[in-house]
Ligand binder design. Sequence first.
Ligand code: DX5
Ligand code: ZN
Length: 224
Amino acid sequence: MIYIAPSLLAANFTCLADEVKKVEEAGANYLHLDVMDGVFVPNISFGAGIVEALRPVSRLYFDVHLMIVEPIRYVDNFISAGADSITIHYESCKDCRTVLEYLKSHSVKAGLAISPDTPYDVVLPLLDVVDMVLVMTVEPGFGGQSLIFGALDKVKHIRKYMDENGLENIDIQVDGGINDKNVGLASAAGANVIVAGSAIFKSPKPRLAIAALREAINENPYVG
Ligand code: DX5
Ligand code: ZN
């Protein structure tokens, strides 16, 4: 199953509720919410208050991407705010397994992200406590960057490992610089959750932007 996840970071912040409704009506599956603390990444975005405020205005699956140091300190806030899934960065915690187990035991999906310089194999010993692996395709911190094509090799390796080990049900998300020209490569590599900020929110016609992503994915399916 393919899921399209517009990243709120690229939305017009003067009217967030309308922006969320816009992408929901345009056919999005998830709302990707990028939380940045100004320490793990050199940018500050928003916190659990925004997630809580938007929760009643949308039925979208809220996919929270935490780019914060030691996320265990804040996961309860995001769970209470209405997150459906919470993704933490491998590089941001001393003990990822404990955080991932905590998430799973609190009825939210658990995601594990790796930044571009992090090798793919660090996620493999943690797959038993993970619902989704996020392979960052840009350096985390900012929207509107260009995709790092080399990151897609990590998607291939992880998907191959999952296939060989009966873990086909784990999602692989790609995030950063994705558009209708390159999403086919991500899909063919084995990614099935597609984050796109600029490509959707900055488009005058988000419905067409989402349709173009889906078409490119359908033309370049993962074949194993
Ligand atoms: C970067 C964020 C991304 C970003 C994607 O740290 O995790 O979600 O907003 O935006 P685009 O699609 O514009 O690269
Ligand atoms: Zn993100």
